[in-house]
Design a protein. Sequence first.
Length: 127
Amino acid sequence: MYARNVTNQTLTFGVSGMLYRDGLVMFDRETDTLWTHVDGRAIKGRLAGELLEAVPAIHATWAEWKAMYAASRVLEKRGEYRSPYHDYNRSPNRLGIFGRRNQDKRLPGKERILGIRTDEAVLWHSR
């Protein structure tokens, strides 16, 4: 998760629909700069080279979240909804949009990992 303040302005972000190294690319509505969500770096546009500040975030299931924040509510989309990524996310054989193969066999394709970066170290954990 990243702070929205960069160069003395507060940015609002949207999803560009593009990928950078198979990772989501965001854009900010104020400068139309493109940002990679992997490390929060501006990759194209007026703010290219800037870096978003990483901020603490909670990684939780809905049950865990409700236990911490009982008054939380969820917006529900009525009717049938199916994400275009539904099948992609469940197929361990589809790695990215470029047909890449999993070269590193330490983890299976699409294994979810949690990465943590501090000033002292970069850590990761899989299920």
